[in-house]
Design a protein around this ligand. Structure first.
Ligand SMILES: *Cc1c(COP(=O)(O)O)cnc(C)c1O
Length: 491
């Protein structure tokens, strides 16, 4: 049989509905089926091999055929984050309105570089909502990016431009200028280091500040280090603080850090990729209100707000500095906010690195409209309470040991029965083996981290379907599998 020779042409409304309804069926089947499937199962080796060895399709296939392939070879092997017992890293399930919005955004398929079309106003509105939520002034600027990494990179690029003391865009960081120094805590996210390296600051010019026993940046050490760097002739320029570290959910003392930044004229960037939305909750409202002191904030709607990836957001207080850091349009050619012309408001592409930009804002916009900040507040508070519940269960269980204060929705603990007390390496080995067993077992999914040299199991609750019973199940399973690992390793 001759392979059909498809080429892009307009579909009739009937065709769109016929295939589209099949897609909707697949989405419904996938999402409602997830809780009954293993949280995670690796892609079988032969299937992985097929994926890696197939050459580019020459003849076209019918949509039905392609959807069957999706159903059989792709849908059964998800990352895991749609499952109510997935608590790895910082990954949430997608909310339904976000899924639909993705399809609608693709149907419109605008470039959000700029212009006078609806998508631009949707993005402006979303950015405005986040200014309001995070306490940023209306005249600040922001945009949607791929995620927290790109949000922090964008913010630090503005900081570098604003604080270098010379024209970094023209001269680069090649000359004999004073070294620009960036300050992070030891618990700061890796993307901050990546960003500093990419911006040409050099990893040796990142000062890693010690954390206190709650894993928060030590402000006293920060001030001492800044003084030392000034005396050494360097140019301290920015602090990147965390509003919710990825390891333990620790929130740096933002207010105090803000004061130090003000005293020394440093840029304060806050990485709120995970934690910033918690400002909506009663538990964290006051502590996170200090985000308003920052010069820039990174937030990840695709983390705790359950927007389908990718959706990161950066806010910068000094809109002019943001534009100056990125715009390649000479000032006399910039569009300046005509709401009636073709150009429209100043283009987003002047405020960040991307030129053609997707309509990311629609999924954030639809989800926020659907749940409202009230709906999100309830969900976040549920997660915070679930984390505290798990913490209490772990504390009350003799063979388990809590390894960090609960921060936001993260609990770090380990399996530590009496026979293993004081055996650092054995404890690590047992917990590593236990983690692998849990992950491959498909009943729960956690990740791990290392805290003060100890290997720990880490639970990050971001799923609106997770219940207390799931956490009870986890505690029982850890005890059972832990005992099993211990037996195996003792034999
Ligand atoms: C996820 C995360 C990042 C990185 O964001 P991406 O969306 O993965 O690029 C940075 N900081 C924290 C605290 C995070 O949780």
């Amino acid at each position: 049989m001759k392979a059909p020779n498809h080429r892009p042409t307009a579909w009739t409304a009937e065709d769109i509905k016929r295939v589209g309804y099949q897609v909707i069926d697949l989405i419904a089947e996938h999402l409602t089926g997830l809780p009954h499937e293993p949280v995670f199962r690796p892609v079988p080796a032969d299937l992985a091999e097929q994926f890696l060895s197939a050459s580019a399709p020459v003849g076209g296939l019918d949509p039905e055929h392609i959807l069957v392939e999706f159903r059989e070879t792709i849908a059964p092997y998800p990352f895991g984050n749609g499952h109510p017992r997935f608590w790895g890293w910082v990954n949430s399930p997608p909310v339904m309105m976000g899924i639909f919005a993705n399809a609608l955004a693709a149907a419109m398929n605008p470039s959000c570089a700029g212009g006078n079309h609806a998508a631009i106003y949707v993005e402006r509105q979303v950015v405005n909502w986040f200014k309001e939520i995070l306490g940023f002034p209306t005249e600040s600027m922001g945009l949607l990016v791929s995620g927290g990494s790109m949000a922090s990179l964008t913010a630090l690029a503005v900081a570098r431009h604003a604080k270098a003391g010379f024209d970094v865009r023209q001269h680069g960081l090649q000359g004999p200028e004073r070294k620009l120094v960036l300050y992070l805590s030891g618990e700061g996210h890796g993307c901050l280091r990546k960003a500093a390296e990419l911006l040409g600051l050099g990893s040796e010019n990142i000062q890693t500040i010690e954390v206190d026993k709650h894993f928060r940046l030590r402000v006293d050490n920060l001030a001492v280090q800044i003084e030392a760097d000034l005396i050494a002739g360097h140019r301290p320029f920015a602090v990147a603080a965390s509003a919710g570290t990825v390891n333990t959910g620790a929130i740096d003392p933002l207010r105090e850090i803000g004061e130090v930044c003000r005293r020394y004229g440093l840029w304060l960037h806050i990485d709120g990729a995970y934690g910033a939305p918690a400002i909506l909750t009663q538990h964290y409202r006051d502590e996170l209100a200090a985000m308003a002191f920052a010069d820039s904030v990174a937030v990840d709607p695709h983390k705790w707000l359950s927007i389908p990836v990718e959706a990161g957001l950066v806010l910068v207080k000094d809109a002019q500095a943001m534009r100056d850091a990125f715009s390649l349009v000479p000032p006399y050619l910039r569009t300046d906010g005509s709401l009636t012309g073709v150009g429209g408001l100043p283009w987003f592409s002047e405020y960040g690195f991307q030129q053609t930009r997707g309509f990311r804002a629609l999924k954030v916009w639809m989800a926020l409209k659907h749940y409202g900040t009230n709906g999100y507040t309830q969900m976040l508070e549920d997660h915070i309470e679930l984390a505290r519940y798990l913490h209490d269960r772990v504390t009350a269980t003799p063979d388990l040991e809590v390894m960090a204060p609960v921060g936001l929705s993260i609990v770090c603990f380990r399996y530590a029965p009496a026979v293993l007390q004081g055996t650092g390496e054995r404890l690590d080995a047992v917990n590593k083996a236990l983690l692998e067993r849990l992950q491959l077992g498909g009943q729960v999914f956690l990740s791990s981290t290392v805290l003060r040299g100890a290997f720990v199991l880490r639970v990050c609750i971001l799923n609106y379907q997770t219940q207390r019973a799931d956490l009870d199940f986890l505690v029982d399973l850890v005890l059972r599998e832990g005992a099993e690992v211990l037996r195996e390793q003792t034999c």
